[in-house]
Design a protein around this ligand. Structure first.
Ligand SMILES: [Zn+2]
Length: 574
């Protein structure tokens, strides 16, 4: 009996139970941006009639690394759908998928439809485009007919890398520059020997179109791009046969390109000493200090809700609305925790014993608090947990600090620090008591959230009183009727959260793949893209009786999918 599968182009953020029959057309590992040896996650691109990118977050690496193979077909179920809003995407799909602990993957031995691993962009289409579309990475196939000498580059962090431009030619002798960086240069160099008589055919997969001084090229884009050199694939055999019938193997096939002629399209990095600021730096220079910072930790009892809760003037928004919010400041949302993004050591931080300030390494044998000056022989542990919250309109990543997490799981961080997860790799099982809880969250929308450098929204308060949560479904934005919140069961930790938020910003922010822009391209794209308007505002009831949709137990999700680079080009020749 034929099973019915969901189609990748039908994906939306309104459900979690997906069932796909798909090929994996690309798979790559994303290194930690601070430590290249460490893998932060695996990204894959799936194909049925359409395409979508899916992420395997760090906590799930052990489970899946090596088990999913390119060009094979799988039945895959259960994903969290996220809107990463990345500036540079691998597919046209607005959405991407995240593996959770519920995700299943079954190999299919007899594929029911053919693999279409590549979506080749004809070279003339790139050359002739009035405005080069560069937000979606593309595939190009061609014979290497020219090369430049590789050049050494030094990144501003002192790391050496290489750059090499080759010329690709299609079957109609159209050519385009193809710029390779780093390991890809070493990968292709052995094939570029003088006097080569066999055609060298490459597939540049997921490369970024680029135009600079009127010259069009494709460039490798960090870890996403893949260079397939003379691969044993039908696409390449077909290309080679047709190519050889036009241009037989009797002459030298690769010429040295010394001057930057019109065909090179590759001398984009001409003037040395280009320093590309990280987006973080750009933000910190232009962004006013956090206006919502409250440095005073006000005293408050566990039941002292904020004023707006007392007054009942609260509008609860959908997650879809929250994600498209164009205004800084706090808003309320309602949603269910469907995933906890934490491993063994990243659900807490070390703090002062007197105040919530983070403390660093001890001086001598004591920790000294940079805020209140308190010293103590040991640091205190406080919660700092990322959770994924879903409401039927979308999913949002939230950062919960000590007070809210303790409120939800009923324990203090110190009390559960020695708990072992079943596999010894995960967070303390007590945190799972937060799963599947439907709650009201007051979140702080920051400029970095709106500009999409930071996908994690900070929780300022939560409300876990079931009656109040039940009374406060999201209202359409144009409806001014106030929600009827009362103060029972709601916490107010704005002071604590705000203080620690700043500490947090110092160490981690902006982590999307989009924070990563290749040398020259980033000069052109420092300005964040404007957010596309979202769909219709609407209020949605979430039916928490559908246990299947919310029956997660230990889902995890990671936002750490990218690394940043700052490249300083040291180049004096032309
Ligand atoms: Zn302190």
């Amino acid at each position: 009996m034929a099973e019915v599968f969901d189609m990748l182009m039908d994906v939306n953020a309104r459900k979690l139970e997906w069932n796909f029959q798909v090929y994996v057309v690309h798979l790559w590992e994303v290194p930690n941006r601070f430590n290249e040896k460490e893998i932060n996650g695996i990204e894959i691109v799936l194909q049925d009639g359409g395409r979508i990118q899916a992420s395997i977050p760090k906590p799930l690496l052990k489970k899946w690394r090596g088990k999913i193979v390119e060009f094979k077909m799988y039945i895959m179920t259960h994903f969290i759908v996220v809107d990463k809003k990345e500036k540079t995407k691998t597919t046209n799909n607005r959405w991407s998928l995240s593996f959770s602990h519920r995700t299943t993957v079954q190999p299919v031995s007899k594929p029911s439809y053919p693999l279409e691993a590549f979506s080749f962009k004809p070279i003339p289409e790139l050359l002739d485009a009035d405005k080069l579309e560069d937000s979606v990475l593309i595939d190009v196939i061609g014979e290497v007919v020219g090369k430049e000498d590789p050049r050494e580059l030094i990144t501003s962090k002192g790391r050496e890398t290489k750059r090499l431009a080759v010329i690709l030619e299609d079957l109609e002798n159209n050519s385009i520059g193809c710029v390779l960086f780093g390991d890809m240069v070493d990968q292709i160099l052995p094939y570029l020997e003088e006097g080569r008589v066999e055609p060298l055919i490459v597939i540049a997969q997921f490369f970024k179109p680029s135009r600079w001084n009127g010259k069009t090229s494709v460039q490798s884009h960090f870890d996403v791009s893949k260079l397939r050199i003379n691969p044993d694939l039908d696409e390449v055999k077909d290309f080679r046969n047709r190519r050889l019938s036009e241009k037989p193997s009797n002459s030298t096939r690769i010429s040295q390109v010394t001057s930057h002629g019109p065909r090179s399209g590759a001398d984009e990095i001409k003037n040395g000493d280009v320093v590309v600021k990280t987006i973080e730096e750009a933000l910190s220079s232009s962004q006013p200090s956090n206006s919502t910072r409250i440095s005073q930790v006000t005293s408050h009892g566990p039941r002292s809700g904020a004023d707006e809760i007392k007054n009942g003037d609260v509008v609860v928004k959908t997650i879809e609305e929250a994600l498209s919010s164009s205004q800084e400041g706090p808003i309320w949302i309602a949603g269910t925790i469907v995933s906890i993004n934490a491993g063994k050591d990243d659900w807490f931080y070390k703090s002062c014993r007197k105040c919530p300030k983070k403390v660093e390494t001890p001086i001598g044998n004591r920790y000294e608090c940079g805020k209140c000056g308190h010293t103590h022989a040991s640091a205190s542990l406080r919660f700092k947990v990322e959770v994924l919250v879903y409401d039927g309109t979308g999913s949002i990543m939230l950062l919960m600090w000590d007070r809210e997490t303790a409120q939800l799981c009923g324990r203090q961080a110190e009390q559960i620090k020695d708990e072992e997860s079943s596999d010894g790799e995960g967070y303390p099982p007590t945190l799972d008591s937060m799963m599947d809880r439907r709650l009201l969250f007051k979140i702080n929308v920051k400029a970095s959230n709106m500009k999409q450098y930071d996908h994690v929204y900070t929780v300022m308060k939560i409300c876990d009183d079931e009656d109040i949560v039940e009374m406060n479904h999201p209202k359409p934005v144009q409806n001014n009727a106030s929600a009827n919140l009362i103060e029972t069961g709601c916490s107010d930790s704005i002071g604590i959260s705000a203080v620690v938020v700043n500490m947090h910003n110092d160490t981690e922010s902006m982590v999307s793949l989009d924070g990563v822009e290749d040398s020259v391209t980033s000069l052109k794209s420092k300005t964040p893209a404007k957010r596309a308007p979202m769909g219709l505002k609407q209020s949605v009831h979430v039916n928490i009786d559908t246990e299947d949709e919310f029956g997660f137990s230990t889902n995890k999700f990671s936002r750490k999918t990218g690394k940043r680079q700052r490249i300083q080009i040291n180049e004096s020749d032309n």
